[in-house]
Design a protein around this ligand. Structure first.
Ligand code: ATP
Ligand code: MG
Length: 727
């Protein structure tokens, strides 16, 4: 018990142990919300006797999920920890649908359409219907309609021609998903709501529901939370309205008020001490968020020393910016290599499009890095090809996956032929696979003319798919794993030599090496899947579970699960490579960095048009996004702005208006700091140490500052110690 509550302050302890059924913890960044939530889960299991499989925990990142799991494993053992229902809303929703989806007519073995599938489907329908609507916006419009639970019929009924056009696409889109037995991200949540609404018995034994990052839940997720908890209404949520950054995905900050209204007896607990960042970083970040006149002020106290003022640096171009970041990383490493390792650095970007120059500069300098949160490993071409093969093997009706790989590697099936095939399949209302299969077998009444070489190509493709399918079936003689399956595909399509040939002529095969490394990473992930928790729910009512005898084989299940994980991880979760042998600098989007922290953070591309983004409607949300980024930093924060996107470009960027305010100036440095070893060591030592909960003075330099009220002058004189200077 004491162990559990160690390193928690009084309010945190109160939140962990409160017997109150519904708890709301709203608090600023770094105040220990996630830490508190983790401790509460452990407390409920070890002290209150809750069964892990009756606790649902929605976390935002894999890292949070992992930390929580590790902690709980230490207390209750691996067996029980595995049964905890822990993950994103989507992954938990999917588990319910896998186990109980048949109750609402969902077919077994459904797949998940990820965002590129969704876009491809919409694009095809858009073209076929010759829709006048702007193609690029339709997928997200469908998603918004779904998040608001609007069906196509509602748009059909509209008087506006434009809405009727939209309804037609929306309707066809739904029909396409249904015929391929696919659910999109929104469906997973919506169908789960439908399931739990009509079959409350599925959650009869749920004892507690805990949600991290509550400010970013949308209406459907809120409803799902209430449905999870419908029998006992024991809900704990933690969140921070100042960090709400997902309204573009229909997140509703209103959910906070809704919860207070729906659950009258909610206990609110406030945390106000920040244990993450230096006081200087916090003060600078606070100056940014305070520009939002409508926000509710919250007290925020720094527990760490003043530290170093964040650096705001203008560079002539994005190339110079990348070079400068690399120089700074090298400089800090040279001065304090034993204190700061590469994995202590993060480079955060507004959009993935900005990453190329930084990747190149890091690569040239030989600094290892990894891309997370929004940089989609699974979208790399060579990975995507193998995944698409797996998708077709798992679900031959997945038209889009099939269309992407039937000629990959090239099998002389030209684009025109493929287009005709797709059209014919659509007209006949059959899947592309059935059509290709019929052609390969030289059977059936097929209209599309295919050349002899294309026919051969199709036959070879069909053979590969059939061979792989037979290997994973229950009755297969061979003992086959997912890794074997991927290996078989690689062999059959001669992928290695194909990649080698494609890489030929490029810088000494560098291209091939990098691509092959990705293939190996995919194999490593496929190995991991058998090791991680089986997703089979241990929900108690066995009668509800369909008999599995005629169901998929274990490998078919694993394959489906693997593909679902891939689809869901590219949605929101952050792949985390903790424990990797080489320590790497992290490159992430600002969105993907939510909830995480690093000793040194660079936010690059902080210019008007990037933050706020030129296409963003909600300036306040853009400001919150910058605030989220800044509050990830523990000891050093760098903000940089390239004045031109490229050296050739002549339109000059201005620094983000969120930073170009006079109030901020005293809190930022224009030039990089002149780092002394003493400063860095000091920062690292203080920031790495868990702050004592009684906030006793550490080394005489603890800044007990009320940031929000800005009670203290910058030089820290009221605190009785000298401010450190950078220059
Ligand atoms: P965010 O809003 O960014 O998600 P958070 O409120 O969830 O932040 P945590 O990530 O839980 O904050 O905690 C921030 C850091 O502070 C972590 O490193 C955590 O271990 C540390 N921390 C939290 N509470 C305490 C405490 N009482 N004593 C010492 N360290 C703490
Ligand atoms: Mg958190």
């Amino acid at each position: 018990m004491d162990d559990l509550l160690q390193n928690l302050n009084d309010q945190q302890k109160c939140a962990v142990t409160s017997p109150h059924p519904t708890l709301q913890v709203l608090a600023p960044p770094g105040s220990g919300k996630t830490k508190t939530l983790t401790a509460r889960v452990a407390y409920l299991i070890s002290k209150q006797g809750y069964k892990p499989w009756n606790i649902i925990v929605c976390t935002f990142t894999v890292k949070a999920a992992r930390e929580m799991k590790e902690r709980i494993r230490g207390i209750v053992g691996e067996e029980l920890e595995k049964k905890l229902q822990l993950g994103t809303f989507h992954s938990i929703g999917r588990r319910f649908l896998v186990s109980y989806g048949h109750l609402i007519g969902i077919k077994k073995g459904f797949g998940i359409a990820d965002s590129s599938d969704t876009k491809a489907i919409v694009k095809r329908i858009h073209k076929r219907l010759r829709s006048p609507l702007e193609a690029g916006k339709i997928a997200s419009r469908i998603s918004r309609a779904k998040a608001k639970k609007k069906r196509p019929a509602e748009f059909h009924g509209s008087k506006k021609i434009e809405e009727q056009d939209f309804a037609r696409i929306y309707e066809e889109y739904e029909a396409t998903l249904a015929s391929s037995n696919l659910l999109d991200y929104d469906d997973i949540l919506l169908r789960c709501v439908e399931l739990l609404h009509n079959h409350p018995e599925c959650v009869a034994n749920v004892e507690a529901v805990l949600i991290d990052e509550f400010q970013d839940t949308n209406i459907v997720q809120y409803e799902l939370m209430m449905l999870f908890a419908q029998h006992r209404q024991r809900i704990t949520i933690v969140g921070d309205p100042d960090q709400s950054i997902y309204s573009f995905r229909s997140a509703e900050i209103e959910n906070l008020n809704r919860m207070t209204k729906d659950l009258k007896d909610t206990l609110s607990i406030h945390l106000e001490q920040n244990y993450r960042s230096s006081a200087a970083i916090l003060r600078c970040a606070s100056k940014v968020i305070q520009q939002d006149a409508n926000r509710i002020k919250k007290p925020l106290t720094a527990t760490h020393c003043l530290g170093q003022r964040p650096v705001l640096r203008k560079l002539p171009s994005a190339t110079d910016e990348a070079a400068w970041i690399v120089t700074e990383i090298k400089r800090i490493k040279t001065l304090a290599g034993s204190l700061f390792h590469h994995d202590d650095f993060a480079i955060l970007l507004r959009s993935s499009a900005l990453s190329l120059k930084i990747e190149t500069a890091l690569g040239k300098a030989g600094i290892p890095y990894r891309m997370v949160g929004g940089f989609r490993f699974f979208d790399r071409k060579e990975v995507r090809v193998l995944l698409d093969y797996l998708r077709v093997i798992n679900q031959p009706n997945h038209n889009d996956a099939l269309a992407r790989v039937i000629n990959e590697p090239p099998r002389k099936i030209g684009e025109a032929t493929l287009r005709e095939l797709l059209e014919e399949a659509e007209n006949k209302k059959v899947s592309l696979w059935s059509l290709v299969f019929a052609i390969a077998q030289c059977r059936g009444n097929v209209r599309t003319k295919v050349s002899a070489s294309a026919l051969k190509g199709m036959q070879s493709f069909v053979n590969i798919i059939l061979t792989c399918q037979s290997k994973i079936k229950r009755e297969s003689d061979e003992i086959f794993s997912l890794v074997n399956l991927i290996g078989t595909i690689i062999d059959k399509i001669e992928f290695r030599s194909f990649l080698q040939k494609r890489g030929a002529g490029k810088d000494e095969g560098e291209d091939f090496e990098a691509r092959w490394a990705n293939v190996e990473e995919l194999l490593a992930q496929a190995t991991e899947i058998s090791a991680i928790d089986a997703l089979g729910l241990e929900f108690p009512d066995e009668d509800l579970l369909e008999q599995m005898e005629t169901g998929p084989s274990p490998l078919e299940e694993t394959l489906a699960q693997f593909l679902s994980n891939v689809a869901l991880s590219s949605n929101a979760e952050l792949k985390d490579a903790d424990g990797e042998a080489t320590k790497q600098v992290t490159i992430s989007t600002l969105h993907g960095a939510k909830g995480l922290e690093w000793p040194v953070v660079f936010i690059a591309g902080v210019y008007d048009g990037s933050i706020p983004h030129s296409r963003a409607d909600d300036t306040d949300e853009e400001r919150r996004l910058l605030y989220v980024g800044m509050t990830r930093a523990q000891s050093l924060l760098y903000l940089s702005c390239p004045l031109n996107s490229s050296r050739e470009s002549d339109s000059e960027h201005a620094v983000s208006p969120f930073l170009a305010v006079p109030e901020l100036e005293p809190y930022c440095l224009q030039q990089g700091p002149s780092i002394s070893m003493a400063i860095i060591e000091d920062l690292a030592r203080i920031l790495r140490r868990d702050c004592p909960s009684d906030r006793t003075v550490i080394d005489g330099a603890l800044a007990l500052e009320r940031i929000e009220d800005d009670l203290y002058p910058l030089d820290g004189s009221r605190l009785g110690y000298q401010a450190m200077s950078w220059e």
